[in-house]
Design a protein around this ligand. Sequence first.
Ligand SMILES: [Zn+2]
Length: 397
Amino acid sequence: MPKNSEVIELAKALISRASVTPEDEGCQELIKTRLAKLGFSHETMVFDDTTNLWSRRNGAEDLSDTKDTPVFCFAGHTDVVPPGNLELWNTPPFEPTIIDGMLYGRGTADMKGSIAAMVVATERFVTDYPHYQGAITYLITSDEEGPFINGTTRVIDTLEARNEKITYCIVGEPSSTNNVGDVVKNGRRGSISAAITIHGKQGHVAYPEHVKNPIHLAMPALTELSQVQWDHGNDYFPATSFQLSNINSGTGATNVVPGHLTALCNLRYSTELSDALIVEKVETILTKHQLDYQIKWTFNGKPFITELGTDKNDFLTIVSDAVTSVTGTKPVLSTSGGTSDGRFIAPTGAKVIELGPCNATIHQVNESVSCDDLDKLCDIYYACLKGVLVTNETNDS
Ligand SMILES: [Zn+2]
């Protein structure tokens, strides 16, 4: 049996803590102990049921006049989704097991494997380059898989209140498809939902002069909404998509005109649009159709993008080169998929990307990740740290 790497050992220690969201089960204590040995200082931020960790280590003692020095952040979560039906697991979900080079257990891919890779990469990097420029930080939450109310968003609010900024951020979400690093997410679409209620007047179908049918009234407006060309997307995003997901009306009887109709819809939108423009456009259309309506909006997250720059110091270029140096393959950039905690970090001005292992088994039974991929991920993270935090000057000293 080959000896497990440091990354696999740490991943196993994290996976054996059954931290079903929003529990942390001591994962952050484990991370703190490892980072404290390197000189990191920690702030544990508890908001209601959620434990968050903000850790920082500066490369130089005095960063006071070095406004431009980068603050690098590893962001992630220690919580996992519930294991589901235990009988469907081939191995117990919280007893990490290696079979044929694959590490099985809940959270292996999403995202305790990434956290282990981050910590070991940081240990190696700080040992090699203790006087790097800028700072390394960790933003770890136990509320990513839950309602995301008391996690990253609250930590960011706290940091913003004291004007503590992140320059570059790698979120360890499982971004890859077939091999580690084959896909890097350099942005995410925005998401906004609306619950539209259209009021009519209920009555007998045989007396149309006494009713206002909300189904008839709603149809032209909903049709128009479904046919709007919201934008054409751009280099990084597909065109914005509007989808009606539910329509409800009627009493169940064929001889009653209902009193109202409710429609639920969602837009996944590009950086060409804003939530304010969407709200304005939807309300303009409903008003044009002279509807008596109410709308309840839910703002799930704004879109963000980290664009590819042209010079060697560009963050995305550094990340892309880091992947290529380890895997030999250039990553594909993508903004696909749902929302992530990156949406809370990017609005502060940070350049945010997501880079982690393969996502084929996340949230499923028998979640697994390749041990080899986790070791490579550690090397990629190391190369990212070096690319961002080591100048020729630091190198020489
Ligand atoms: Zn995740």
